[in-house]
Design a protein around this ligand. Structure first.
Ligand code: ZN
Length: 95
């Protein structure tokens, strides 16, 4: 009776840890930004020719494309969950 619960708990930890780790590696979606100052242009892209923050013309400074950024907190959480799962598995095998 205890063994299925134990295996389920470890499986949930492994799946959750891998999911968090992959999400952390892939990162979140970025945003288009001003090539001059890095101002977030979400929502104003296409409606203005100059940066609302620094006033630079996009024809001169350009617009930086959205880039994915890794999420360190998700990486750490995923790694911690995987370590916990491996420790639980090790304890279960030994004890
Ligand atoms: Zn700007």
């Amino acid at each position: 009776m205890i063994l299925p619960v134990y295996i389920t708990l470890i499986a949930v930890q492994v799946v959750g840890g891998v999911w968090l780790f992959v999400r952390g590696l892939r990162g979140g979606t970025g945003f288009p930004s001003c090539g001059g100052c890095g101002y977030d242009l979400t929502g104003s892209l296409g409606s203005v020719a100059c940066c609302p923050e620094c006033g630079s013309a996009f024809a001169e400074v350009g617009i930086d494309k959205p880039r994915r950024r890794q999420r360190p907190l998700l990486l750490v959480a995923g790694a911690a969950l995987l370590i916990t799962a491996s420790c639980s598995l090790g304890i279960g095998l030994l004890g």
